[in-house]
Design a protein around this ligand. Sequence first.
Ligand SMILES: NC(=O)c1ccc[n+]([C@@H]2O[C@H](COP(=O)([O-])OP(=O)(O)OC[C@H]3O[C@@H](n4cnc5c(N)ncnc54)[C@H](O)[C@@H]3O)[C@@H](O)[C@H]2O)c1
Length: 286
Amino acid sequence: MSDIGEIQTVAVVGAGTMGSGIAQVAATHGYDVVMRDVAEDLVTEGFEAIDDSLSRLVANDTLTESESTAARERITGTTDLDDLADADLVVEAVVEDVEVKRSVFSDLDEVCRSGVVLATNTSTISITTIASATTRPEHVVGLHFMNPVPLMKGVELVVGERTAEATVEAAHEFAASLDKETWESDDKPGFVTNRILMPWLNEGIRAYDEGVATKDDIDRGMKLGTNVPMGPLELADHIGLDVVLDATETLHEQLGDRYQPAYLLRRKVEAGHLGKKSGNGFYEYE
Ligand SMILES: NC(=O)c1ccc[n+]([C@@H]2O[C@H](COP(=O)([O-])OP(=O)(O)OC[C@H]3O[C@@H](n4cnc5c(N)ncnc54)[C@H](O)[C@@H]3O)[C@@H](O)[C@H]2O)c1
């Protein structure tokens, strides 16, 4: 097992919303980062998201210009799996699909050194299922970062059936080295956060579809009435409606009918209205 003090290079697999955020935060905390996606244009989009986020952090005085430049220079992009061979710790953040994740972990098993922590950012898929695609399930753990990664303080640490105690400790320490706080969840459907959040979002969508209130009043009602920073429709757009649908479908399969995705959620995703990232979801975005 890598000693956390010896971790220098972090590999991030997937350069989308979460992967680019994790790569950025690792780089701003001094790690060298290799960020991999399956095509050059996707790696470029990941870098564009990082550049946007870093400039916002400079603009609001969270980072200095030179800290931002140094962080950016620590990140390299690749489409080549072999470039992950030198990683001291890996965080996987590819699409929420069990077969894709298992195939990524089987590849990581081939290419990564023994003893390296292999973390997955999955929102809902069993860590034990993902780990069983490797010959080293004891080194596989869930590190469920929250969106947007540079701003959200919390990371959910998910312990699989065969995750070793030393892996859990290393994962806690890695998150702490990024200035994040962790809580642990057993490897049960949805872990702590999504088990509770997904039905809340889904019920907000269903309430809108069934005409209980306007979308603004549903969001304002939940904000003013329960003191949350975003209502369910706004938050679902922010997360990505496709991500919400995938997560809800996984929970529906595992926990039964109370998790059945709202009709309107499926219709929006089929129409390509994915929320903030596609420019429209329940609201319109520039
Ligand atoms: N979006 C959120 O709010 C959020 C929050 C917490 C956790 N998550 C989880 O994080 C993970 C990623 O979600 P996201 O929102 O960043 O998705 P995304 O669609 O923005 O990005 C996923 C990226 O993975 C890439 N990819 C697919 N197969 C790959 C492979 N074999 N190798 C390398 N890259 C590959 C895709 O090309 C894409 O760029 C999912 O497991 C999701 O459930 C998402």
